[in-house]
Design a protein around this ligand. Structure first.
Ligand code: SF4
Ligand code: SF4
Length: 161
């Protein structure tokens, strides 16, 4: 009986050894996440209109923000903090943001020794935008889509005439 179990175990082991490896040598190798991966946010202060929609929809109330009205009557963001101790990376805040000032990135490394370190402010989130943000790629893709659409429309007009 012992011999049968041993051979069964060895068969499983050798079977696994010949399979394609799916583990990565993290952190030297990093996973390639899909476009819709919901990682830690990027925030672009100049796009924020201080509408509070992100904070209102957040199910865990982990966003706090404040802004002031300038001489031109426009609201500008002063502080924007996310408490990643309770953020569940649900994406709702980015869904409702009318200006795409807040978006998810593929960044996922948040390990810290102190809970206080999990409060991320506007500067940190903006730095995350510069390092891991997808906003610029998104705008480039939108511009490309508009160019493609314009080219298709002018090609259609050429076919009709
Ligand atoms: S991802 Fe969800 S939980 Fe996190 S800040 Fe946005 S709305 Fe709140
Ligand atoms: S929803 Fe967008 S624009 Fe409105 S306060 Fe939040 S980040 Fe700023």
């Amino acid at each position: 009986m012992l011999g049968t179990g041993l051979f069964k175990g060895l068969a499983v082991t050798f079977g696994q050894m010949t399979k394609k490896k799916i583990t990565l040598q993290y952190p030297e190798e990093r996973p390639d996440f899909g476009d819709r991966f919901r990682g830690i946010h990027e925030f672009i202060p100049e796009l924020c209109i201080v509408c509070h929609q992100c904070a209102r929809i957040c199910p865990t109330s982990c966003i706090s923000l404040s802004g002031t009205r300038g001489d031109d009557k426009k609201l500008r963001i002063d502080t924007y903090d996310i408490n990643f101790e309770i953020c569940i990376l649900c994406d709702l805040c980015t869904e409702v943001c009318p200006t795409e000032a807040i978006r998810m990135t593929d960044q996922f490394e948040l390990a810290a020794y102190s809970r206080d370190d999990l409060y991320k402010d506007m500067n940190w989130l903006y730095e995350n935008h510069k390092q891991h943000g997808s906003y610029d790629q998104l705008q480039a893709a939108k511009r490309q889509a508009q160019r493609d659409q314009a080219a298709a429309v002018s090609a259609n007009k050429g076919d009709e005439s």
